[in-house]
Design a protein around this ligand. Sequence first.
Ligand code: T3D
Length: 260
Amino acid sequence: MSEPMVLVSTQGAVRTLALNRPQALNALTVALHGELLPALEAAAADTAVRVVVLTGTGRGFCAGQDLADPAMVGGVDVGAVVEQYYRPLANRLRSMPVPVIAAVNGVAAGAGASLALCCDLVVAARSASFVQAFSRIGLVPDCGGTWLLPRLVGRARALGLAMTGDKLPAEEAQRMGLIWQCVDDAALADTVDALARRLAAMPSQALVETRRLIDTAMPMAFDDALVQEANVQRKLGHAPDFAEGVAAFFAKRPAVFKDR
Ligand code: T3D
């Protein structure tokens, strides 16, 4: 039998979901999506679960969309992919009935970075990094990135990160308020474990209502931003620059973009 793409474990009231495609830095395929959303649904439905931890196996947290999955990249309607897979996933994370912690063990890129930022508290290992990889392949931030980034770090930094696609080390991410905490690699598991146990002992409804109130106090609804992102990805997914970006990535050469 093949390995599960999401490793699910439970310790007391803490449910941990570990993305499990380490050979591709846990990039998201149709198959991985097919396990991740149900795993979140199951955690949401299980009243014994009081905190969810999202993490990755191997040296990466999540490299975003798997650029080699033919069902999701290359001649497909990228807007439809975003609507079908990323919108429900992001909405599920943002509306979990319990707090969600991202334990970012390594690089979080593209939608992988957005996934981490969709979580309520992000704790990252010092060697981890955050990459808004979308612009490198001719796309825009999705999975909630356009809504989350400016709220977390302000417009100037959001644009700087999203336009350059530069790798942001975890320490810097904490300094600029993108994430809650950066800890030594060796301390990540214990720090997340202690935080998860602490949150699990707290009043879940109050924590979740706090999230809801903070989110709704902002002008644009999260789901409206997801729809807007899908519409733009639909357009960009058909543009030659996206195909060029993906081809260049696998050829390990600089991309030559020509659209305007
Ligand atoms: O349908 C749609 O497209 C819509 C949805 C879009 C949402 C998105 O997420 S778009 C953004 C997609 N993600 C990326 O563009 C990130 C691509 N990856 C990278 O830029 C780099 O891999 C990282 C910065 C994440 C890490 O760099 P590094 O040097 O630590 O690792 P590496 O050597 O580049 O990658 C290691 C392996 O993972 C490598 O495979 P190999 O050569 O060892 O066989 C690489 O090809 C593979 N890998 C990394 N990211 C992806 C991937 N394979 C498929 N898809 C990936 N996203």
